[in-house]
Design a protein around this ligand. Sequence first.
Ligand code: ATP
Ligand code: MG
Length: 564
Amino acid sequence: MRWTRSLIPTLKEEPAEAEAVSHKLMIRAGLVRQLAAGIYITLPLGQRVMDKIDAIIREEMNRIGGQEITMPVLHPAELWQQTGRWTTIGEEMFRLHDRGKRSMCLGMTHEEVVAWLAAHEIRSYRDLPQIWYQLQTKLRDEARPKSGVLRTREFVMKDSYSLDRDEAGLQKNYELHKEAYCRIFTRCGLAFHVVESDPGMMGGAAAHEFMAPSQAGEDEIALCNRCSYSANVELAVSRSRYPVFPHWDLEEIATPGAGTIDEVCRFLRIDPALTIKSLLFMTDDGPLLALLRGDQRLHEKKLARAAGGEARPAHREEILTHVGVGAGSIGPIGVTLPVIADESLREGRYVTGANKDGFHLRGVRPDIHFQPRWADIRHVSNGDLCPHCDGSLRIERVIEVGNIFRLGTKYSVSMKAVYLNEAGEECPIVMGSYGIGVARIAAAAVEQRHDDFGIVWPSALAPFQLHLLPVNMRDQKTIELAEALYAALQLEGIETLYDDRDERAGVKFKDADLLGLPLRITVGTRAIKEGTVDLKVRKTGEEVHIPLSEAISKVRALLSHPTD
Ligand code: ATP
Ligand code: MG
């Protein structure tokens, strides 16, 4: 492709609004443009990257027996009302009315439509199993669209759905998807972890996420340094390390002016692990006291799961109303509220608030002095013990690029997607659901593969393989050599971006580094004098001078063994 005939609006300056590296680089390299918050236009080079990802996904989905279909973006509300998600999904769903005032929505995922299709088209056990997939636009009114194409309100997802007779069939298709996903992300050049995850709004029995390590990620995972344990921190469990507990008897002690855990520990000269942090939360069912060890952090999603619904921290007035003291003096003894205590408090003797301003209790033994409901509500921390072995856990920040859910019969039951088994009995179809974000893969690749000068594309995703860069487009001889080389490269089927702009060499080199194509050929003065060109590998920075006549075979050789 000739640069002069293309739309490649590269930018020298970083866009002011962008924080994530991939956001900055994808804008600067002219891959995408933002139309509105969380809504992007994919420009020609960006489109080529997306097409490459789509092709890899299609190959791997077809390989496991997936059949491509296309389901509508516009859905009648009834479908979502039938499964109950019309009300439970909340504000993330774009809703609208047609001219006949019928309620509709824009598809944020397609379990309902798949179950509808299965209900109409699957009759007997002989029709199963099936894998249906699509590459389709999803619309979600995300609360915080951010980081460029990592989180947008309109994005293309590969979503697939498996339909089976039973759990064993689902398990097989789940494993097939897991393997396909590993191949897809490996081929896309991503470093990634497969972790256990929370089924969340999908509501299935089990799930895994595919996580690409990056500081730009919004998720955190816990990984064991010894065994294969890995889980999203929303789900991860750990074993606490315990301090040595003093043999305190239960007594009330004055702690004037000490409210926070830090203040109490400084005043009493004790380790925060010897204290209990009592936090008042408000739920739809009223107030709730959550207890954690003083050195640990609460995970709000875990608490919400344990509480059976959203929980928000109580305001100061609410604490006064429900407990009758300031936030720094709340404790579990003597309150009439429901109490959820973190599992790590099952052992030990602690200092807690006394529900009396200026006082704490020392020697409090959970389960003996008060009876909480036990749950895992703490945030796993770096260095915590692995739940399965003697290893310790480390926390990594990651981008979720894909996920897989064992749904079971949740959707088939409500949508009446049934089949007749050998005995002629009606059974609900057992479903799985599997998603991958196409643009998110591209952005994650940029996050993981860039340097100070720009993107370093893995060959599989690069919009072109080769950047052909004549230094001086005012020199007739250079133009002739470059044109001839471009024609030969095209004949060879080597994807080439030909920078035929009459620009300063510095500008062209900078743009070449920014775009990050795997190989670059520079046609400079030596091409005319000595008949040689420079061939540079973007990833390693290696550059060789080679005779023009060898350029194509050398490029071929390098592309057949990409270093990524
Ligand atoms: P997240 O936790 O990041 O919101 P999700 O759990 O909502 O993701 P799914 O609904 O399972 O994700 O979607 C499957 C895949 O689609 C995700 O793994 C991700 O790659 C992609 N994806 C989800 N939401 C977005 C978005 N707003 N923008 C871009 N890609 C997205
Ligand atoms: Mg989401």
